[in-house]
Design a protein around this ligand. Structure first.
Ligand code: GLU
Length: 280
């Protein structure tokens, strides 16, 4: 078994991160497997070295150890671009110049009262740039926002989930992907890649067998499994865990600095206290 913790260094680790990290760590250790650490720092604007240094310090303080070197997504841009070039050459991507406002305007055109449909990434893209943004024969991968042609990319596939809320086998159909996900962005402006593409390539490169992460990402898993099929990568087992919530039932976010591990540390909490607080 190979598991991983994949934080973004865009703020302090809070109790929710501690829960995710301990869960992935303990699962691997209980099975005699490997636990890996990956820094998801493709968002160059928001990722900061000081957050990375602090999260590594927090994880060590929690008593977690990881196997092998830390993988940093910012070191893997050539791999992401190579996968995009492959998909581009296969006619599966197109350039998109729509702003969020363009998309809102296109989908909110009067449609007999139908509510605009939302997918895992927000409004389902209406396909405005599909024809004009298509690759011309032999054209190299452009440095642009690139969307996946879901009508060509989607396949019948599935994945196994072992998390508490959605345990079982989940089937994915092309019809459902077209209707409820649509043409997702695989290369974002100023990133040259996207969360969806990077996470799939990294999990495969690191040999991750069990992806443990928050339930908020359950819906995105269909995108990841579709990409794994397109790119000939293995499909890991998924384990989506409940999110740690505050006393009002609101999920913790990075800005909830009130629950930052560093604050609990400063107040004298022990790693055992943190485990107790998150129920592990
Ligand atoms: N980097 C993501 C986060 O900080 C986690 C991605 C994943 O586990 O797939 O929430």
């Amino acid at each position: 078994m190979v598991t991983r913790f994949a934080p973004s260094p865009t703020g302090p680790l809070h109790l929710g991160h501690a829960y995710a990290a301990i869960l992935a760590h303990d699962m691997a250790r209980a099975a005699g497997g490997r636990f890996l650490l990956r820094i998801e720092d493709i968002d160059r604007q928001r990722s900061k070295p000081r957050w990375e240094a602090q999260l590594i310090d927090d994880l060590r303080w929690l008593g977690l150890s990881w196997d092998g070197p830390v993988l940093r997504q910012s070191d893997r841009l050539p791999e992401y671009r190579a996968a995009l070039a492959d998909l581009w050459a296969r006619g599966l991507l197109y350039r998109c110049s729509c702003t969020r406002r363009d998309i809102e305007a296109a989908v909110s055109a009067p449609q007999e009262g139908a509510e605009p449909a939302h997918g895992p990434d927000g409004l389902i893209y209406p396909g405005t740039c599909r024809a004009a943004g298509a690759p011309r024969p032999g054209e190299p991968l452009p440095d642009a926002v690139l969307r996946l042609r879901m009508d060509r990319a989607a396949c019948s596939c599935g994945f196994d989930e072992i998390g508490p809320r959605h345990a079982g086998h989940h089937r994915i159909t092309p019809e459902e992907m077209i209707a409820t996900v649509g043409d997702v962005v695989l290369a974002r402006r100023e990133m040259g890649t996207s969360y969806h593409l990077s996470v799939v390539l990294d999990d495969a490169a690191q040999g991750v067998t069990h992806v443990t992460r928050g339930e908020d990402l359950f819906d995105a898993t269909r995108i990841h499994v579709t990409l794994q099929h397109l790119l000939g990568l293995p499909v890991p087992v998924y384990c989506h865990h409940p999110l740690i919530r505050d006393e009002n039932g609101k999920r913790l976010a990075k800005r909830d600095d009130a629950r930052a591990l560093s604050l609990f540390r400063a107040e004298g909490a022990s790693p055992a206290d943190i485990r107790r607080m998150v129920g592990l």
